[in-house]
Ligand binder design. Structure first.
Ligand code: ATP
Length: 501
């Protein structure tokens, strides 16, 4: 594996990622994906979508807008609580995240003259409409999850789903991070791949049905295995149980999948950081966005009973215990206080078997595209000596490799060889299932090394003999072994080779 620094330099050199607005001095922690980066990013998203949507029967896809009604963020709790503690260094004026400080000293200048921590809300603000008097205040979404929650009823009603089922979404999110950095690990604009998986709340479960905690465990396993299935080494991944004090306001339990993003740190425990968070959000979100009446009984959250839920008061951020009416029936507005006076939707799910309206519980596996890309790159990186020469190879899983096959002519000034190589490239591209490229800009040895360095699983070399025997040489990225194969069925040969890795 490689450290982040090695990957950053490879990424810039070979066109995976560039600093945003570079020619004007850059913009803090925003990166642009280059020709190879965009392929890798798309492949990671495609592999995720295939695994969590297409290969399951209990998942629907969604693509919600980045801009949403401000009230979404009030009732989700983000306006009140989506903040990080920030301290300022009085000596060098650095702004630092208090919970990430390793000591009481400023990591920039070493001073201990730091301010007390203050809360800093991470949401970017913008204005919708022509009037800038505050009435059009909106946020760039800091997570994609809320787009799913506010569409829960739309998806439910338009697809006739039954619990348990999930909604998956990939999209941009924005956070005004206090201390971003480490290449694409923490940026201010990034993409998330999120699932909200809706399950029956405990009180309507029938014998033998999986409860929220079992679904949570299953998702932790499934998501761990997804990374390993795409070639990530299990020893570089770990499950981290968030301690109660660290839990977000909505979570009953959260397990992070962490990757060894910092292999050069001495202490093994500090080498790992979050790749994906998998939270049990209980019924927090469906309840908070629902107009349905809930009784706020003023108990402390610690005293919550089995059929009660912890809510965050949207005005104060305080945690309160709320309960669905015991008989499960709708109450009249005048009988009980409305928890959410702004929502027009009843977010309950009608369970025919128990004849009850219930708020589903939610398991949320939330992954970052960039952190996955970074982890896959770090894990795939290999250096080896071949005849006194350093060979750099990205041993990326073929599904992730930006280029699947490169077609290389042995001589670029021989018309017959060049046109045959170009024709083969076109045929492979036409299959629609693989990104193929043609390259004749260097000698063959150099062309092989270039493809190795960006993870291309196979190179096809067209030579003089190819014109006579209708065969080309296939070179394997990892073993460097070469084999002659027929041109006639080259599409199936390459497709089979890609699938068998
Ligand atoms: P962290 O503790 O690292 O700030 P988080 O716990 O706030 O992350 P979540 O809100 O759980 O992150 O977001 C889910 C996923 O989104 C993370 O696991 C990560 O992969 C990704 N993510 C979150 N913030 C960023 C960021 N600033 N840059 C890149 N990816 C991010």
């Amino acid at each position: 594996m490689a450290d982040i620094e090695t990957i950053t330099s490879l990424a810039k050199r070979r066109g995976f990622a560039f600093q945003s607005s570079d020619i004007y001095g850059g913009l803090g922690s925003v990166w642009d994906y280059g020709p190879l980066g965009v392929e890798l990013v798309n492949n990671v998203k495609r592999a995720w979508w295939r695994s969590v949507v297409y290969e399951r029967d209990d998942m629907a896809g969604l693509d919600a807008g980045i801009l949403m009604n401000r009230l979404v963020w009030r009732y989700s709790g983000h306006e009140a609580t989506f903040s990080d503690p920030m301290v300022d260094c009085r000596e060098c004026q650095s702004r630092l995240r208090a919970d990430k400080l390793e000591s009481d000293k400023c990591p920039v200048c070493g001073s201990v003259n730091l301010t007390e921590p203050r809360k800093f809300n991470l949401m970017f603000r913008t204005t919708v409409g022509p009037v800038d008097d505050g009435s059009g205040l909106a946020y760039l979404r800091p997570e994609t999850a809320q787009g799913i929650f506010v569409n829960f009823k739309n998806v439910l009603d338009s697809t006739n789903r039954k619990l348990p089922f999930g909604i998956a979404q990939i999209g941009k999110a924005f956070r005004n991070e206090i201390t971003p950095g480490n290449f694409i690990f923490r940026t201010r604009e990034f993409e998330q791949m999120e699932i909200e998986f809706f399950v029956k709340p405990p009180h309507i479960l029938k014998a033998g049905e999986m409860n929220d905690e079992e679904w949570h465990d299953k998702w932790i396993e499934d998501r761990f295995n997804w990374y390993v299935g795409l070639g990530m080494r299990a020893e570089n991944l770990r499950k981290y149980e968030q301690p109660k004090a660290e839990l977000a306001h909505y979570a009953k339990r959260t397990v992070d999948l962490q990757y060894r993003f910092f292999p050069d740190r001495d202490e093994e425990d500090k080498q790992f950081d979050e790749l994906e968070g998998i939270a049990n959000r209980t019924a927090f979100d469906t309840m908070s966005h629902s107009k349905k009446l809930v009784r706020v009984n003023g108990k402390a959250p610690e005293d919550a009973g089995a059929d009660e839920y912890i809510l965050v008061d949207p005005e104060t951020g305080a945690k309160v215990v709320a309960r669905i009416k015991a008989d499960g029936k709708k109450s009249k507005d005048e009988e009980e206080p409305r928890h959410n006076p702004d929502s027009t939707a009843d977010m309950t799910y009608f369970d025919h078997e128990s004849n009850q309206h219930v708020f589903p519980y939610v398991i949320e596996p939330s992954a970052g595209v960039a952190r996955s890309v970074l982890a896959f790159l770090m894990d795939a990186y290999h250096e080896e000596m071949v005849k006194d020469d350093k060979r750099v190879v990205l041993k990326l899983h073929p599904d992730l490799a930006p280029i699947k096959v490169a077609v290389l002519p042995l001589a670029k000034n021989k018309e017959g060889i060049v046109s045959l190589a170009k024709a083969i490239k076109t045929r492979l591209q036409r299959t629609g299932s693989m990104r193929a490229v043609y390259d004749d800009t260097a000698a063959i040895g150099k062309l092989y090394r270039r493809q190795d360095e960006v993870g291309t699983p196979f190179c096809l070399t067209v030579d003089h003999l190819s014109l006579e025997d209708n065969q080309v040489t296939v070179r394997d990225r990892d073993t460097m072994e070469q084999e002659r194969v027929g041109i006639a069925d080259i599409e199936t040969t390459i497709a089979k080779k890609l699938a068998s890795r």
